[in-house]
Write a protein that binds this ligand. Sequence first.
Ligand code: DOR
Ligand code: ZN
Length: 345
Amino acid sequence: MTTTLTLRRPDDMHLHLRDGAMLQAVLPETSRHFARAIIMPNLVPPVVTGAQAAAYRDRILGAVPAGQRFAPLMTLYLTEETDAADVIAAHDSGLIHAVKLYPAGATTNSAAGVRDIARVQHVLDQMAEHGVPLCVHGEVTTSDIDIFDREAVFIDTVLDPLRRKTPGLRVVMEHITTADACAYLADAGPDLGATITTHHLMITRNHMLVGGIRPHYYCLPVAKRSTHRDALVALATSGATNVFLGTDSAPHLDSAKETACGCAGVFSATNTMSCLAEVFDGQDALPHLQAFTSENGASFYGLPLNEGTLTLQRGAPQPTPGKLPTPDGPLTIFDPGRPLHWQVV
Ligand code: DOR
Ligand code: ZN
């Protein structure tokens, strides 16, 4: 049995760091293990312009603990008012690595997102021409569509038409949660990639809803039934090169989750690598973990591979870390609901 695993230092290709005190609290949880991360722009107000991304990047770099190295890979939040020239300039300067499409109303701080895709088509055309990737939150938001169907309907009615209309646009399907998304990805060419979160590889909707409602498993897209989780695990552990880790680690204070109308988001930065080793080990797929965490994402984004390494060891199961304190109250760390044998050493 493998008991020690050394990986190329990983990248998190979908991360929420927030700002202010929360940023200070959560950034070390990522920078301890990860060399780089694609930083989500859904702040309040959102990161829309190159100037805003540069300022946010500086605030993130200011929060990196002494002695650690961490590179934030910035993104811009697409709105119907986005200035295409500003996007291209921010990309050409190396400041931003992608633009994020939030359908308006789809998730946390998405009110400024896109209502009508036609109104951003000129930006997408410029992005295709200049090689700027589009990261997509792939859920429709119309009230007649059941929340468990939002991703599959989005693929058919929004994503596929968008890609046909914008040849050459590089697209990342973010945090996929369905067998439908896995099948769509399998049929696509090299311009399409996908991220999968740690928690969607480990939980199903039962974790959230059976035996009481468990708000710390509530995220968007919402976890689906086990057949979908199993398809995600099969894809992530397969060695496919167009799928990579994006934790979507999304901190909300416990006070904002444990309430009558709780926020969506799972905070998994702290124990993501332990969780992933458990999942890959369970599939006898540890040799494919490095591609998922440290190679495929960098290749998709045209980045060099990281130089350093990260080592995990298998031993007796450890309790999950519990809570992370912040000045405004605690934050619950993802509990995968099963023992974790692997620990970063
Ligand atoms: O669960 C989620 N939380 N999904 C998202 O798309 C956004 C995120 C957040 O920002 O809290
Ligand atoms: Zn996210």
